[in-house]
Every structure is written in structure tokens, then in C-alpha cells.
Design a protein around this ligand. Sequence first.
Ligand SMILES: C[S@@+](CC[C@H](N)C(=O)[O-])C[C@H]1O[C@@H](n2cnc3c(N)ncnc32)[C@H](O)[C@@H]1O
Length: 251
Amino acid sequence: MHDDDDGYFDERVAARYDESGEISGMFQPALVDPVVDLLVELAGRGRALELGIGTGRIALPLAQRGVPVHGIELSKAMVARLRAKPGGGDIGVTIGDFATTTVDGTFSAVYLVFNTIENLTTQAAQVACFRNVAAHLEPGGYFLIEVGIPELQRLPPGETVRAFHVSESRWGLDEYDVATQGLTSHHFEIVDGRVERVSIPFRYAWPSELDLMAQLAGMRLRDRWGGWKREPFTSDSRKHVSVWEKPSESV
Ligand SMILES: C[S@@+](CC[C@H](N)C(=O)[O-])C[C@H]1O[C@@H](n2cnc3c(N)ncnc32)[C@H](O)[C@@H]1O
């Protein structure tokens, strides 16, 4: 299904990533600008590290706002698309798994957007990621995550599959395995008259579990919002934007 070196975001996925229906709206200034505004504030005068930098959807406009950005990314195919964009050659990227890969120096902000924490499909890997982040943060630095709330309230009892997109030429199905906190997103699309399928496994985690991971890594929750415009986080929120802080004093 995919090139092992590049993970699930291999050449086939990378070639269509920016244009694909579920992603293209995510490049709109109305969505990107509030993300960048918040990250500029969190980074202050320091550097930012993006885990899973992809094709630079957020990193490029953040760098344009004057924040030095470095990325960690598994997929060379995704990074090739970043490199091909204006300013993409100026952003440092380390190829590797963001749960364990280290880079030189420290950062005032580390961020992991667009559900990408859930690309780590075991609890151990997610815990390792929080620890890796803490090791890269300067004291007083911030770790930001944007991730969806598992849609279990919308899954009828006994069912495991929920459609998240249905149109003439594309279908998206989320398949839940509640026992393992597993979630596989199946994407089907008609391309040149053929159905193409991409299925990507995730491990979902509730906000409280992420807080515990942060605690294990010596960080504490500073803010949790229901969206990028700092909407309140409530029982009806479909996602959360959470910021943990590495305390200034040693922990
Ligand atoms: C949904 S894309 C998000 C890309 C970008 N952050 C954005 O907002 O458009 C997830 C990215 O994370 C990368 N990725 C997934 N798991 C990873 C891992 N364990 N280590 C490094 N990169 C990973 C994928 O290759 C992909 O480029």
C-alpha cells in the first residue's frame, strides 16, 4: 500500500496532498491565519519546531512571519513538495520519526497540528513523543497540539464505521476499534476512472490522556480551546487546540 520509508504519506499521497478534497480547504487563509497568529505568539522571539511538517502548510507562512522554523518529517516525498515552494528551501527538515528523532538546539514552541499525534499508533509512541518534545523545549517553552475528539457519540451502538465524507467521486469512512483506541481512516476516490484507496491507521486519545502524557514528560496544561480562535472547549467541541508548558524551573 505504501513506500515503507515514507510511511503512509508516500509519493502517491504526497503528489495529491495539497489538492486533495479533504485538505485543500485547510490551505485557505481563513483557516491558516489564526493558526499562524497563535504560533507567532507562542514562539515569541524563539524558534519553532513542527512535528510532521508535511508540505509546509503552516511552516511556510509561519517562517514568513519571521519565526525560524525547523521540521521533523518521515516522508521525503512530502518534504520534496515543501522544497518546491517559494521559501521551502530555507526551512530545515530532519527526516525521521518525530517520536524519537532529535535535532540540534532548543525551541520556544513545538507544534503538532491536524490530528498528527494520532499517526503514532501506540500509547508508548505517543508518550515517547511528549518526552521528545519536552527535551527540545527551552524552559518556559510551549507544546501545542490540534486534534479531533473521537466521534464515539456519533457512532450508533454496535457500529464501528462512520462516514465522514460522501460525494460523487470521493468517500471517507472512519473505522473504530474501541478496545484498542484504534481508528482507521479509509479514503476512496475516483481518479482517471479508477477507484483509488488510501487507508491510514491512527490511535485516538482523549484530552485527559494527553494531559497525562504531558505530565509524564514534565509539562503542564496552560490552555485548551475548542478551535484556533480560542473558542471555549466544551462537551460539544469536535476538536481541541491544547497548549502545555515546560515549567521555567527544573522539574
Ligand atoms: C496530516 S499530515 C499534516 C502535514 C502538515 N503538518 C499540515 O498541517 O498540513 C501528517 C504528516 O505527518 C507525517 N508523519 C506522520 N507520522 C510521522 C512520524 N511518526 N514521524 C514523522 N512524521 C510523521 C506524515 O508523513 C505527514 O507529512
